[in-house]
Design a protein around this ligand. Structure first.
Ligand code: NAP
Length: 488
């Protein structure tokens, strides 16, 4: 279930917002503590309960538990008692106040405990202490300081035998809000729109529904995610979740902001993750923690995909084949193949490594141009190809040119890694940058009569291949491409 909190400052706004929220919510939470005037708070309880069309939780959170109520404890509990007496469906009462509340049969009591600093180690003790007071529902909310804090919340949800609401607050707690149904949580909180959240890290109801298809998540849902830092900007959750839905798969894909890769890989084995995308800065550092690495990925020394196979975590590199496929298709259109082609690669980072190894296997004659010459030398030694200083790019004589530096990427869209006169008629120019889709380099190449391959094609190919590795199905490439184009 989705619960939308109402955090307005007066009765009229509360009633109007409840009416809007009722279109999307299964339950409404009336946060009385946000109403500064005591009399108005009383009136709000009365009027809201009269006009409600969805079940209502009345909450009057004190400042000590992260709420806004700063009056006397007597007044605070008086308002909660009033909500019970007037027929609220639920009241949320803090663990340390429950003894002072007179319960009625028609109002269920949520006994709650909030920790805005951390996710403590003694979650099961907190749960057992709350259970002593015979709650209808237990609520334990903590703060995630590390992505693995969510895993302890999932374990708590799995073992609880009383209906429970539990999740982590903060950006690192997003996955506990999204995945709560998978582990048996009763509901998640979502704000009606941006700027109206009642706690840190709360997603909007639109994000939960449109990106994560929250209501389809259940115990059987298989988990996937993107491991990186940062990950909040990533387009992958939108693309992969839409693809899963299109293919009728009960899967969900979530962002995983990981700082300590070793700890995360160890702990994620305890829950049902079936696969991951891996992005900066973990593409290389993750390798020692995997059970196996596919041959090409091992040679490249970096992965961007993990697949759980027979309980083992196996690393793959789909960037490599994605780039080769993009170039191969473009050459085929000109009636040619990659074999024996002279290729100049600008850059010697992760993308360059994957592309260089892939093209070497296709029989290309490669030269690496890089700003830091030692890095160019290292990559050329590993791939067995030539290398040059970045400035020497002016003299290149290859038929294929590939940019793997971020030069030209948003917001510096007027920059290009090579002067226009280097670009020749008939040359194939591939830019790994995909934001913008048409970079200055590609515009210049087209002007000079070249054939162009954009980074978006590689990006879609690598995501499609990930989907194939995880699920063994044909990826919906057109849908993936449409979504990314819309986002960009
Ligand atoms: P990376 O590992 O950080 O490597 C960046 C490379 O660019 C390094 O060789 C670096 O040279 C060079 N570079 C950076 N700024 C430069 C500048 N101002 N002048 C000259 N050289 C510069 O990054 P990466 O993972 O390879 O990614 C590189 C680009 O490829 C990014 O724009 C990324 O978005 C894109 N990419 C696209 C896809 C796709 O699917 N289309 C996939 C992966 C990456 P030094 O060695 O001197 O630092």
């Amino acid at each position: 279930m989705i619960c939308i909190p109402i955090t307005t400052k007066n009765t009229e706004d509360a009633i109007s917002e409840m009416s809007s929220a009722s279109k999307y919510a299964d339950i409404i939470e009336l946060r009385i503590d946000h109403i500064p005037e005591l009399q108005d708070a009383e009136r709000c309880i009365e009027e809201s309960l009269k006009s409600k069309t969805k079940p209502v939780i009345v909450t009057n959170r004190p400042e000590r538990e992260g709420g806004k109520f700063n009056g006397s404890e007597q007044d605070r509990l008086h308002l909660l008692q009033k909500a019970i007496d007037l027929g609220a469906d639920y009241v949320d009462v803090e663990y340390d106040s429950i003894k002072q509340i007179v319960r009625r049969r028609n109002c269920k009591v949520i006994i709650s405990c909030h920790n805005f600093r951390e996710t403590p180690q003694n979650l099961s003790k907190i749960y057992n202490d709350i259970c002593q007071h015979k709650p209808d529902i237990v609520k334990i909310v903590t703060y995630a300081n590390d992505i693995t804090d969510n895993i302890r919340i999932f374990e708590l949800l799995n073992t609880a035998n009383i209906p429970i609401i539990s999740f982590c607050m903060g950006e690192l707690g997003h996955i506990s809000r999204i995945l709560t149904r998978k582990f048996g949580g009763l509901l998640t909180f979502a704000s009606l729109e941006r700027g109206k959240k009642s706690a840190p890290g709360q997603l909007t109801v639109d994000e939960l529904s449109r990106i994560y298809h929250f209501k389809n998540i259940n115990k059987e849902t298989k988990l996937y995610g993107i491991i990186g830092n940062p990950v909040s900007h990533s387009m992958s959750p939108v693309i992969h979740n839409a693809s899963f839905t299109e293919k009728g798969l009960n899967n969900v894909y979530v962002p995983l902001k990981v700082t300590n890769i070793g700890t995360f890989i160890k702990e994620c084995r305890e829950i049902d993750f079936q696969g991951f995308s891996v992005t900066i800065p973990h593409k290389e550092s993750v390798l020692p923690f995997l059970d196996d690495i596919e041959h090409t990925a091992e040679k490249i020394g970096a992965i961007n995909t993990i697949v759980r196979q027979d309980g083992k975590l196996v690393g793959y590199n789909t960037d490599c084949m994605a780039a080769v496929m993009a170039l191969d298709n473009s050459l085929r259109e000109t009636g040619s193949t990659l074999n024996d082609k002279k290729v100049s690669i600008i850059g010697a980072g992760g993308a360059a490594r994957a592309i260089a190894f892939g093209l070497k296997e296709k029989g290309c004659d490669i030269t690496i141009y890089n700003r830091t010459i030692e890095r160019a030398e290292k990559l050329s030694n590993d791939v067995k190809c030539r290398f040059e200083k970045f400035e020497e790019i002016n003299k290149l004589d290859s038929g294929i040119l590939i940019n793997t530096t971020p030069i030209g990427m948003f917001p510096e869209v007027d920059r290009t890694p090579v002067p226009e006169n280097v670009l020749k008629e008939g040359m194939i120019v591939f830019d790994a940058v995909y934001n913008p889709i048409e970079t200055k380099l590609l515009r210049d190449a087209r002007k000079r009569g070249g054939h162009t391959v954009d980074g978006l094609t590689m990006f879609i190919n690598q995501a499609a291949e990930q989907l194939r590795l995880w699920t063994n199905i044909d990826p919906p490439i057109e849908l993936m491409s449409k979504i990314v184009r819309e986002i960009l």
